[in-house]
Design a protein around this ligand. Structure first.
Ligand code: ASP
Length: 339
């Protein structure tokens, strides 16, 4: 055997994933419950700083760092804003969606995650139809994972951008928050509470700032058991009564893709829970109207309300980019101890 013929082997693959305790990565954001109020305040103020920064300075922050977007469900706002946010910081992004990748051929979430890691991804933004999928992905890859919506469970960055929108409208854009920041504010979340990860993340966040959250909807979409979801949250089935008390009304889409055979009389639903111009003008003429999108005009809200002066729906969309810049930056810099 000729010993000199053996090539020097350089390690070109990432090292195997070592076992480690939870939480695997300090940059991950899997749930709003991962964030204390100090962290929420940090992200809100960092979003404002990043938004106001010279784009040519800002894009040095994550210059050429690699971020993967892994989307198993459709998305317009969340996907685009995460991508624009990462690019605004100078990162390279790549999108893997279930319809044009080996996921279609049956590749597992674990193997897809490990593949992205081997390709050099330093963080993964995941949307998945199964609740809990981001935890699994983080466990398999140990990369920072940002939950962009997991099944019927959580959508933490949506809750942060919703909070930023509420603070802009009701608290002059304050970005330092504490347990009394939203004291005296009643926020009604209306519609398909059962299937909504947006409702869940907001219900886990807003009462911690002192808001009263009313959840409102028919029993099929808001079972009685949901009443035990936490302090500061109450069921109010009478939409008109809820509206009378609300400074903010957050409308939800009926999640047709998750109804699983559940029958709903849409005419009855509209009569009881549609936000119409007349309802709004007579019961909550000052309230801020929110909706995470996509809106189904003529079902949960009328077109007039969606486009009207009380609507903050497009502000929510814009706030998505600012908040996601702060969250993406934290994803990569937290593990280096830099934020
Ligand atoms: N865009 C939000 C979500 O992904 C709300 C919705 O789809 O209705 O959860």
């Amino acid at each position: 055997m000729n010993a000199t013929a053996a090539p020097i082997r350089r390690q070109i693959h990432p090292p195997p994933v070592p076992p480690s305790p939870f939480p695997y990565n300090p940059g991950s954001m899997l749930s709003v419950q991962d964030l204390n109020l100090e962290a929420v305040g940090y992200l809100l103020s960092r979003a404002t700083e990043l938004e106001g920064m010279d784009p040519l300075v800002r894009d040095r922050i994550l210059l050429k760092r690699r971020i993967a977007l892994l989307f198993y469900e459709s998305s317009t706002r969340t996907r685009t804003s995460f991508e624009l946010a990462a690019k605004a910081l100078g990162a390279d992004t790549t999108l893997v969606s279930s319809l044009s990748s080996s996921i279609e051929k049956g590749e597992s979430l674990k193997d897809t995650g490990l593949t992205l890691r081997a390709l050099g991804a330093e963080a993964i933004i995941l949307r998945h139809n199964s609740s809990g999928a981001p935890w699994l992905l983080e466990q398999c890859t140990h990369l920072p994972v940002l939950n962009a919506g997991d099944g019927m469970h959580e959508h933490p960055t949506q809750a942060l951008l919703d909070l930023r929108t509420i603070l802009q409208r009701l608290r002059h854009g304050a970005d330092q928050v504490d347990a009394g920041t939203l004291a005296g504010v009643t926020i009604t979340i209306v519609g398909d509470i059962l299937h909504s990860r947006v409702a869940r993340s907001n219900m886990l966040l807003l009462p911690r700032l002192g808001a009263e959250v009313l959840v409102c909807g028919p029993t099929q979409l808001l079972p009685e058991v949901t009443a035990t979801m936490g302090p500061g949250i109450r069921i109010e089935r009478d939409f008109d009564a809820a509206l009378r008390r609300s400074q903010v009304v957050m409308m939800l889409r009926i999640q047709a893709e998750r109804l699983a055979g559940l029958q709903l009389d849409l005419e009855e639903y509209k009569a009881d829970y549609q936000l119409t111009g007349q309802r709004l003008a007579s019961l909550a003429p000052e309230a801020v109207v929110m909706h995470p999108g996509p809106i189904i005009r003529g079902l949960e809200v009328t077109a007039g309300v969606a486009d009207g002066p009380q609507s903050a729906i497009l502000d929510q969309v814009s706030n998505g980019v600012a908040i996601r810049m702060a969250v993406v930056e934290r994803a990569l810099l937290a593990q280096e101890g830099r934020v």
